[in-house]
Write a protein that binds this ligand. Structure first.
Ligand code: NAD
Length: 469
């Protein structure tokens, strides 16, 4: 039976309540994890506080060594971990391996390296020496869509900085967190430096956020829950980092290579069954090329074979849960009611069992429609025409409360960069520029506060001290 990871050991929860973990491809219960309790939060925070003085004084190189060993162990176990993720959240095995397992191993390795190279002590401003010191005890709260990656972005940076951590993974797909706790246990992290409590947001999550022994909360999840977390954390003036939702735009200028732009936008929108915070779910195309763009997007979308995550032909696995499937179906119905044109997909039960939704494309989408404004978090692409120049395209792209990611496509790269600069969003890919796991990742507007990954991500977990001489 699975237990919590507290103070360097697997320990039973104070509560006997369990959470069922469901395989979204079969709809069967595949495991159970503890639901956690406030008493577990007390124990975890006490362990993290007790471990802080000595861990924060270890040399960064020493911390780097532990993180490098953890990255290596994840790589060694990549098949096992990818299988866990394909089974409990439904990503096709290839995606579970490449994006959900090897990428986080790489992120952890990058933090191992940064711990060794980052200048924690060398700053100087006039007669002041500048030191960068760990914030303290960090509560990390993570979602289910990239269950290992979202954890590693926080835990890798926090441990490299010299912080200690209490992790509360998502209750929906928690098994990757158990695998990571096993890895960190094996590489000999001192007791209390990393602790993990599985459980629900309102119970365990809120108890952690409110706890006076926690110095910082790093949260990834929905904007609604992030708002609640920020409000609760304000009571004790905690530092808060928020990675929230998105509704990102792929802006296609008239001189772009439309074939590539449409194909890559569909691939980005449908990655992980559309359950990606940074997904480009709004394709914004000039009217002169609109019909051609719709045809290309439909062709690309129809190539997304829906099926079992372990079937090699599968490009689109199930959504993570029945609730998520139902939410996506509600949005598909809403889009039709609003007058958008369903040009492919829309079916919600393409297979006999499993929480599947067909790859879906809406054309004739107007700015302001609900399916154009709200995060759907499923394989649903909306295509929005613009008739005037770039200003209109930029206004549509910027016209939601979110600002996480985006894309610009143009024949003239310099012009594309200029448009990219006008998007109120944390990341933009120009003409399909590759995702860079060391580049700062995070949101403008209601997509969040702060940045993860690389040096900017590390600095989220550092306080700044000036010593005058
Ligand atoms: P969610 O907000 O429901 O849950 C996220 C985590 O927060 C879970 O661990 C949950 O238990 C916890 N939680 C929920 N309510 C809480 C509360 N009141 N106090 C403390 N903790 C609470 O989100 P989800 O459904 O798991 O994930 C999907 C959402 O995450 C999407 O909106 C997506 O865009 C967002 N996301 C953002 C990023 C990013 O980097 N910006 C990355 C991945 C996912």
């Amino acid at each position: 039976m699975r237990h919590l990871y507290l103070n360097g050991a697997w320990q039973p929860s104070a509560s006997s309540e369990r959470i069922d973990v469901i395989n979204p491809a079969t709809e069967e219960v595949l495991d159970t994890v503890p639901a956690g309790a406030p008493a577990d939060v007390e124990a975890a925070v006490a362990a993290a506080r007790a471990a802080l003085p000595s861990w924060s004084r270890t040399s960064p190189a020493e911390r780097g060594k532990v993180l490098a060993a953890a990255a290596e162990l994840i790589r060694e176990r990549s098949d096992q971990i990818a299988r866990i993720i394909a089974t409990d959240m439904g990503a096709p095995y290839g995606v579970a391996m490449r994006v959900q397992t090897l990428m986080p191993a790489g992120v952890l390795a990058s933090y191992a390296q940064l711990a060794e190279t980052y200048d924690f002590e060398g700053g100087q401003v006039g007669n002041s020496r500048i030191f960068r010191e760990p914030v303290g005890v960090v509560a990390a709260i993570t979602p289910w869509n990239y269950p290992l990656h979202q954890i590693v972005c926080k835990v890798g940076a926090a441990l490299a900085a010299g912080c200690t951590v209490v992790l509360k993974p998502s209750e929906v797909a928690p098994l990757a967190a158990f695998a990571l706790a096993g890895v960190l246990d094996e590489v000999g992290l001192p007791p209390g430096v990393f602790n993990m409590i599985s459980g629900y947001g309102p119970g365990v999550g809120e108890a952690l956020v409110a706890h006076p022994g926690v110095d910082m909360v790093s949260f990834t999840g929905s904007t609604a829950a992030g708002r609640r977390v920020a409000a609760l954390a304000a009571e004790t003036i905690k530092r808060v980092a928020l990675e929230l939702g998105g509704k990102s735009a792929s802006v296609i200028l008239p001189d772009a290579d439309l074939g590539t732009a449409a194909k890559v936008t569909v691939a980005n929108a449908f990655l992980n069954s559309g359950q990606t915070c940074s997904a480009w779910t709004r394709m914004i195309v000039h009217r002169d090329r609109y019909d051609e763009a719709v045809r290309l997007a439909v062709e690309a979308a129809r190539r997304y074979t829906v099926g079992d995550p372990f079937d090699e032909a599968t490009r689109l696995g199930p959504l993570v849960s029945a609730a998520q499937r139902d939410r996506v179906v509600r949005y598909i119905n809403r889009g039709q009611e609003e007058g958008a044109r369903l040009v492919t997909g829309g079916g919600d039960r393409p297979l006999e069992r499993g929480f599947y939704v067909e790859p879906t494309v809406f054309a004739g989408v107007e700015p302001g429609m609900v399916i154009e404004q709200e995060e759907i978090f499923g394989p649903v692409l909306t295509i929005i025409p613009y008739s005037r120049g770039e200003d209109e395209a930029v206004a549509i792209a910027n016209g939601t409360p979110y600002g996480l990611a985006g894309a610009v496509w143009a024949g003239d790269e310099q012009r594309a960069v200029e448009v990219a600069r006008r998007l109120r969003t944390g990341q933009v890919a120009v003409n399909g520029g590759q995702f860079n796991p060391r580049a700062p990742f995070g949101g403008y507007k209601q997509s969040g506060l702060g940045r993860e990954l690389g040096e900017f991500g590390l600095e989220e977990y550092l306080e700044i001290k000036a010593v005058q001489l």
